[in-house]
Design a protein around this ligand. Sequence first.
Ligand code: GLN
Length: 493
Amino acid sequence: MTDFTSLGVKAIRDGVANGDFTALEVAQAFNAAVDAASALNAFIVPTPEQAIGAAMRVDAKRAGGESLGAMAGVPIGMKDLFATQGTQTTAASHILEGFTPEYESTVSQNLWNAGAGMLGKLNLDQFAMGSSNETSHFGNVSSPWRKEDTNAAMSPGGSSGGSSTAVAARIAPAATGTDTGGSIRQPAAFTGICGIKPTYGRCSRWGVVAFASSLDQAGPMARSVEDCAIMLGAMAGFDPKDATSLQMDVPDWESALSSDLKGKKVGIPKEYRMDGTDEAILASWEQGKAWLKDAGAEIVDISLPHTKYALPAYYIIAPAEASSNLARYDGVRYGLRDLPEGAGLQDMYAETRAAGFGDEVKRRILIGTYVLSAGFYDAYYTQAQKVRALVARDFEQAWAQCDLILAPTTPTASFPLGSLTDDPLTMYLNDVFAVPASLAGLPAMSVPAGLNPDGLPLGLQIVGKPFDEQTVLDAGLAIEQRAGFTHAPEKWW
Ligand code: GLN
């Protein structure tokens, strides 16, 4: 009997299309795996009946000889930042508890149209703010990975920690993620899976709970590069409901996928060789260069001189936008309402927001309103926007010398849950290599490169030119083929 939970997107889709097994069998197997993995706390709300319903529709279509979509028969996990009609959508915050949208996000709708089904809503850092999945109102997500010889619960990364855990633990073949400053790539790196943040605007933000609108971008998380290419193709596309949506055709990334990098130049940014970066990570970067060279690429040294200013600029711009975006949670329109006896409108706002938002979210709102305040706007917000332009210009200049950039995804491997919660600055440093591509709106992917001496996964990051997801995926495939990363976490849950 096939162990369906070991299969990825392509294997499931093709197996269903060929009649090797039914979509229903697959959905049942993953529903059971989700059920058995509650110790990981990856899901806020499992939706087994939705996975079954979608599977039955696919099986009926196939029986009727109808054509099947790119994700037909594939049950996926949906980050609980995407509004799903009729299913609670919380952004992992108490303030949205009980909020059941009347509408479906464009990205999730695109996936259902392509034949995917929903296993459930995945846990995340509250409002996608965090790097360890410890800011969720619904509890920490535990990585399925453990350091060799210890039982300490490890971080799955954040904010898409439910997504990374579900895919790495084989309780979902793939999941959606969102990436504002690394939230697809960092959790993918921590859990030994692939994840791509496409060019800003490729995936519609409509119906995705907003964090920092000029940075937020959805993308797929899966166990292979090809699975990411397939799923991204289903998620992406112009959407008139999102004013920043790209009016461009979605290329067929899946069929064009090729690991032949002849004629491609890979830039190695010297500024990413930072103090405090793990030896094992530097070694995997060297290994990555050798793999891309072996795939036919030429390696060139480049400079991205404003790299070290990217993270501080991000931690001004993202909270500024968040403070504005989160103003809408007022106790009137969504979820929680805290209205003490005899209280007025202002009290209701204050009580609801005090009770509804978690500490990290409050920290971001405070920073955001501060940097946008009349007295400090120029000193912080305007300055950060100038830095953002310089970071983007660094990349534009680099494209004169190279076609893609190779760097580590993170400065360290995963860490034990709880070990950084009192140290927000070190926590923020997790995204030091991820944030520059976010500020510049560039496509960027993390692919597993190997294990560190503790037996924990490490990721390599590929950053591409605007709209050139193809080269990013191709280089990802070249690394994947050479890394031969077949490790899976040992099952303890
Ligand atoms: N860890 C970063 C933050 O907390 C990035 C989050 C994200 O990309 N959503 O802001």
